[in-house]
Design a protein. Structure first.
Length: 648
């Protein structure tokens, strides 16, 4: 009976196969449409012909199954109709979503691909998804590019791929609820097209730009360049979505430069919880799906002039400073306004040093306000990578745990990267070469990534030497390019993974101190030595140290304090890589470390009031969260893990 049903299914697919491309077609069976590769259709035709000519059906069953599993279902009523949808990413039921390194894998009830906030032509608009979630009691989570290693972007219910809403606001093709310059009280110009200034003074010339939340940082940088604008800062990579990066407080380096949430001036949230405070304009919904534009109390919009017919304006500090770093727990963010600056060029230098000299450069300068050392005052972006192992005379030193850590500082290799704004050059100067550790490692050994990892796993004693070799060859006297080309290190997103923790850069009086990151560096070195000696487990990459200005976002890792972020990196596939990461991350909490919401391997939990101790503004954040998530629509494994889950 099963065999006959299987053959009937194959016959149905073949009989109504419609080609939409030389290599692909659509066919229906069992009440739904399937994407069918042309080769599968051809193979099924052959098998069915053999059956018709008297071949043994039972023997052909495995071959039929082999072909059927290569098809994939198309959701009924998918956005844009089957043909357009065919070229879009997967959506519908029975889909698998994985994050970038596939340590988070979910098979949600539905994977959605909205292209709009509430466009009636978009069958998967954000509003439709939230409304369906309310009527069915399903949870919802928006995912960006899946570049977080933690479970912050997952749900077993309705998972939203946000890449479909990715337009930048413009005069001619407005996005929903787009702000107009006439409704602003901010003196900054709002870019609805290219902007120009008579002089090149990027630090002085700032502007506002609005975009849909799913645009990647890469695509945003292209759009900004066309408008003579640039992001004030970014991390070392541009594959994240703008709101994915913002929601976990992604950051770059620079003591005058806060993380992504602090570049946000306004955002539009779609949610299922009603805001209990004051709102201006917009429309009270009838289906329980609310649209809010959220700004601080003194936000960029003039409330007296705000007249959007759909989106209600909230100007409230607690709401804003919670929403800008909310890990997808408040609803779906549709659009965002960023403060940006005139497009600019950066010069980057990379110099080798040792930990003793580095720490001497990073001592407080008590003669200046804030006590920042000269190197941090004089450098816009200052960051360091540090060798995990002390090396002397071609050997790894065994450190005496009883000796002061400084004893070994001269033997830890460091590489300092410094960047400052420079005038626009006539041509790009210097060579970008390989600017990240992993790419450099591969090019040095002229081996494939897999072979390098296999080699280091087989002969782990080679790891410290490979790290030294690769770090040394990253030295660069000068490289000048557009800001975003300098920031973007050309990381291969699949080649490495990382855990990152933030430490206070401030003493009790609020002045700069290296005290906490120094303790963290010492501890990483001790843990690295213990793992090497006790289990031949190695860290296959240097770790990095970046400096970030304090954030106003209530749950940012940098909230309320200038922060040193330490990122422990690892080549993908390294033996015991996750175990090494776990040891590092969990040993940092007692030093006041706050783990990056995205670069964490689900280690942090709500146990023992850990988050309460880390985040003085947690209650403010929870107060807002409990309004927007009053129905539990945005509960997830993440909210359960950290103890935020709302029970109706
Ligand atoms: C190669 C690489 C390099 C990196 N470099 C840096 C770096 O230099 N500095 C740094 O700080 N971090 C860095 N990270 C970490 C990364 O920036 C963060 O984990 C970031 O959150 C990932 O963004 P994403 O778009 O992939 O979002 P996801 O990881 O998919 O999601 C992140 C969070 O955003 C939420 N979210 C996404 N879209 C929406 C929306 N529309 N509405 C509501 N919530 C939403 C999700 O629910 C989730 O909570 C790096 C990661 C990788 C893989």
């Amino acid at each position: 009976m099963f065999t006959d049903k299987l053959i009937k299914t194959a016959r149905e697919l073949v009989s109504n196969f419609k080609s939409v491309h030389p290599e692909l077609g659509i066919a229906s069976t069992l009440g739904r449409d399937f994407q069918v590769p042309t080769s599968v259709n051809r193979n099924l035709e052959q098998i069915l012909r053999s059956i018709d000519q008297g071949a043994d059906k039972g023997e052909l069953v495995p071959r039929i199954i082999e072909q059927l599993v290569q098809t994939s279902p198309v959701e009924k009523g998918a956005a844009g109709g089957a043909t357009n949808f065919f070229w879009g990413p997967s959506s519908g039921p029975r889909q698998k979503w994985t994050n970038q390194i596939a340590n988070q894998v979910v098979e949600p009830l539905q994977l959605f691909y909205p292209r709009s906030l509430n466009d009636s032509a978009d069958k998967q608009s954000i509003a439709t998804i939230l409304s369906r979630a309310l009527t069915t009691g399903c949870a919802v989570k928006a995912a960006g590019s899946g570049h977080s290693y933690s479970d912050v972007a997952t749900t077993p219910d309705f998972l939203i791929n946000t890449h479909g809403f990715c337009r930048v606001a413009s005069e001619h093709s407005p996005i929903t609820g787009q702000l107009s310059p006439s409704a602003l009280r901010s003196p900054l110009p709002l870019s609805l097209g290219p902007l120009s200034w008579s002089t090149y003074e990027p630090e002085k010339h700032h502007a506002l730009i609005e975009m849909e939340a799913g645009i990647t940082i890469h695509d945003l940088n292209q759009a900004l360049e066309q408008r003579n604008l640039g992001l004030m800062n970014m991390g070392g990579y541009d594959g994240q979505t703008i709101i994915g990066a913002t929601s976990t407080s992604t950051h770059g380096s620079g003591t005058t430069l806060p993380p992504f949430p602090d570049m946000v001036r306004s955002l539009v949230l779609a949610t299922t919880g009603r805001w209990n405070g004051t709102t201006i304009g917009g429309k009270e919904p009838t289906d329980g799906v609310y649209f809010y534009r959220i700004e601080p109390k003194d936000g960029i919009t003039d409330p007296a002039k705000y007249q959007d017919p759909l989106v209600q304006l909230i100007q409230d500090d607690d709401c804003f400073y919670s929403a800008i770093c909310s890990m997808g727990c408040f609803g779906v963010i549709y659009s965002v306004v960023f403060e940006v600056m005139q497009m600019y060029w950066l010069e980057e230098t990379r110099t080798e040093t040792t930990l003793d000299k580095l720490m001497s450069d990073l001592q407080p300068d008590t003669g200046t306000p804030g006590h920042f050392p000269k190197v941090l005052q004089n450098t816009r972006n200052y960051e360091v990578i540090i060798h995990p192992y002390p090396m002397k005379d071609g050997k790894v030193i065994d450190m005496d745990p009883g000796a002061p850590p400084e004893t070994y500082y001269p033997y830890f290799l460091c590489l300092v990267t410094q960047r400052n704004i420079v005038p626009k050059p006539d041509t790009i100067t210097g060579s970008s070469g390989h600017r990240n550790f992993i790419a450099q490692l591969l090019s040095l050994f002229k081996l494939s990534f897999e072979l390098v990892v296999a080699l280091l796993n087989k002969f782990p004693g080679l790891v410290p030497f490979a790290v030294t070799e690769s770090m040394g060859s990253l030295v660069d006297a000068s490289y000048i390019n557009k800001s975003f080309d300098i920031y973007n290190l050309g990381l291969n997103q699949d080649a490495g993974f990382a855990a990152e923790v933030g430490f206070s850069l401030q003493d009790d009086a609020g002045n700069y101190t290296p005290q906490y990151f120094k303790l963290a560096i010492d501890r990483i070195h001790q843990i690295g030595q213990r793992a090497r000696q006790q289990g031949e487990q190695y860290q296959t990459s240097p770790f990095s140290l970046r400096f970030v200005k304090a954030s106003g976002a209530n749950l940012s890792m940098m909230n309320g304090r200038n922060t040193a972020m330490i990122e422990m990196d690892m080549l993908t596939g390294t033996y015991a890589g996750p175990e090494v990461m776990y040891r590092y991350e969990t040993s940092m909490y007692s030093l006041g470390g706050r783990p990056h919401w995205g670069l964490d391997f689900d280690c942090i939990t709500g146990n023992n009031d850990l988050l309460q101790k880390m985040y003085p503004k947690l209650d403010n954040w929870l107060g807002v969260y409990r309004q927007f998530n009053v129905l539990g629509t945005f509960n997830s494994s993440f909210t359960a893990r950290v103890g935020f889950t709302v029970f109706e």
